[in-house]
Design a binder for this molecule. Structure first.
Ligand code: NAD
Length: 296
């Protein structure tokens, strides 16, 4: 049993903290939002009045926050000064590689251990404890973090040194965003060319065009009964979050001197879709922009 502070108990963090409690850990929770605090308390966490209070006298601090600026501020302004020497920090938010590396550098300089451990899998996986964690940090920090991450996920992979978890996450979601657009475009064209969509799925899902966006998350209703297309694109992975991840990928490429034309185009299309009111819909709803049927 470990004493854990959990900061950021929103859509993802709420379920993750509950799974740490279920695994027998003592979890102290802090979020700025009262409803998130109420849910965490209901799940068995001990409520705290600030991030600094939560981070005192614990073995580990887990953060699950919206973006890099929140992560940088919470560690610099609260956690670093409150935590006991040697405390392990696990940032599970999706943030830019630069902020992840800077925060880890600050942590290790002050005698803490830190990993960046962003996740693949949405709210359902956070609640079910079936997330995939991509972890950046030293071998020693990873060894300490792994059992805690196992309590919240089904796959935990050490990606490399600090920032490597974020790099893996950004590259994966860049691929996902582009492959979803390509899959949606193929279905839109198939229909225009007179193909039955189930027939096209039956062919392409077994041919060289097959990919996760088609076989597990098909953007048209019917072929994959569990995909969000079958429930009017509600739930799933919000288009606004896909846009956030594509922006991170494009920024990371610019900082590293790389060229990502597909990701740039995908970013523009999701930017347009979010601007037209599609931000809360699953990212496979981008097909509605491509076929001209989006009316919010
Ligand atoms: P969310 O907005 O539901 O939750 C974030 C929580 O952080 C909120 O409850 C907010 O009140 C809290 N918060 C913000 N600033 C704070 C501060 N200074 N101190 C304490 N609490 C603070 O977001 P989410 O969907 O849970 O996503 C969290 C992270 O996980 C993001 O980085 C996101 O990109 C990533 N992610 C989300 C999904 C998903 O499907 N929702 C999937 C994978 C990764």
């Amino acid at each position: 049993m470990a004493r854990i502070a959990f900061i950021g108990l929103g859509n993802m963090g709420g379920g993750m903290a509950a799974n740490l409690v279920r695994a027998g850990h003592q979890v102290t929770a802090f979020d700025l939002a009262a409803d998130a605090m109420a849910r965490a308390t209901e799940a068995g966490c001990t409520p705290s009045t600030s991030a600094a209070e939560a981070a005192q006298d614990v073995d580990a601090v887990v953060t699950m926050l919206p973006a890099g600026k929140h992560v940088a501020a919470v560690y610099a302004e609260s956690v670093f000064s409150a935590a006991a020497p040697g405390t392990l920090f696990l940032d599970c938010s999706t943030i830019d590689v630069g902020t992840a590396r800077n925060t880890a550098t600050g942590a290790t300089a002050q005698g803490f251990a830190m990993v960046d451990a962003p996740v693949s899998g949405g709210i359902a996986a956070a609640n079910a404890g079936t997330l995939t964690f991509m972890v950046g940090g030293s071998q020693q920090a990873f060894a300490r973090a792994e059992p805690l991450l196992q309590a919240m996920g089904k796959v935990v992979i050490h990606a490399g040194e600090a920032g490597a978890g974020q790099a893996a996450k950004i590259c994966n979601n860049m691929l996902l965003g582009a492959s979803m657009i390509a899959t949606a475009e193929a279905f839109v064209l198939a229909e225009k060319l007179g193909l039955d969509l189930q027939t096209f799925f039956d062919i392409s899902s077994k041919a060289s065009g097959q990919c996760w966006s088609m076989t597990s998350y098909c953007p048209v209703p019917g072929p994959v009964p569990t995909s969000p297309a079958n429930r009017n694109y509600e739930g799933g992975f919000a288009s606004a979050l896909m846009l956030k991840d594509l922006k991170l990928a494009v920024e990371a490429a610019a900082a590293a001197g790389g060229s990502v034309p597909m990701a740039s185009q995908a970013e523009s299309l999701y930017q347009m879709f979010v601007g037209l009111g599609g931000g809360s819909r699953d990212f496979s709803a981008i097909i509605k922009l491509l076929d001209g049927s989006w009316d919010n």
